[in-house]
Design a protein around this ligand. Structure first.
Ligand code: HEM
Length: 212
């Protein structure tokens, strides 16, 4: 098996936990208001400030630099989405939740280790480029958002063909010089990344329910 195949197989049960998270189920079945959907967009905003912030610092790194893609950066798209959902005063309305702060701190903590940065980058971006595309189509049906604000986070116009990009990404994972122990360490970080991202979703559901 290639490393990308091993990684996917070793973490697919973690993916299923993330995918099955109740906030996403509520969201996908159209039971949340636009403002309640916006709570997740806000958490994405802070998560990507950390992730893309790390990427910008790592562009010249010989290993991590291969996983720095300016065409993926999400901040501008997330700002457009938040403006659309909450209006021009969105900045006063959003703050990172406790779980998001934990995720951001972990991204910062491991960013100097290429395997750590890549683990968090893979977990978010390969997800956004895969299941994220399905999520966008559902959100567009539910809320009627068009390109330009609302679900721009899920549009990757500068990437071109998403399948081609994902194949290239997997080829880069496979080209990493990792022995068995190093592979296992990256896999453990991806599992942690799934867990931390899932906790963000769990906290969101509590927030939404507490406010209802
Ligand atoms: C409704 C929720 C979700 C659905 C329906 C979904 C669906 C999918 C599907 C169908 C794939 C495979 C695509 C392919 O092989 O090209 C995929 C891949 C992936 N998803 Fe998700 N997903 C969801 C949520 C998430 C979440 C919350 C995360 C992480 C926080 C995530 C991370 C990933 C990753 C990293 C991959 C790439 C796996 C690999 O091929 O190595 N997904 N998702």
């Amino acid at each position: 098996m290639t490393f990308s195949e091993t990684l996917r197989a070793a973490t697919w049960s973690d993916h299923e936990s993330a995918e099955g998270e109740s906030y996403l189920k509520e969201l996908m079945s159209g039971r949340l208001s636009a403002e309640e959907y916006g709570e997740m967009v806000a958490q994405h905003y802070f998560c990507y400030l950390a992730l893309d912030g790390a990427a910008k610092r790592l562009a010249g790194d010989p290993v991590s630099g291969g996983f720095v893609f300016p065409e993926l950066y999400r901040e501008e798209a997330l700002v457009r989405d938040l403006e659309t959902i909450y209006g021009s005063g969105w900045r006063e309305r959003v703050s990172p939740s406790k779980s998001t702060r934990t995720l951001m701190a972990r991204i910062e903590q491991v960013a100097d280790w290429p395997g750590g940065y890549i683990a968090h980058h893979y977990t978010r971006y390969m997800g956004d480029l895969s299941g994220g595309q399905f999520i966008r189509m559902e959100l567009q049906k539910i809320y009627g958002y068009q390109k330009g604000g609302g679900v721009d986070f899920y549009f990757f116009d500068e990437v071109g063909s998403l399948p081609r990009f994902k194949n290239e990404y997997r080829a880069r994972l496979d080209a990493l010089d990792l022995d068995e122990a190093a592979q296992q360490r990256v896999i453990r970080e991806v599992k942690l990344a799934y867990q931390l991202n899932t906790e963000v979703l769990t906290e969101l559901l509590h927030t939404v329910r507490a406010a209802a």
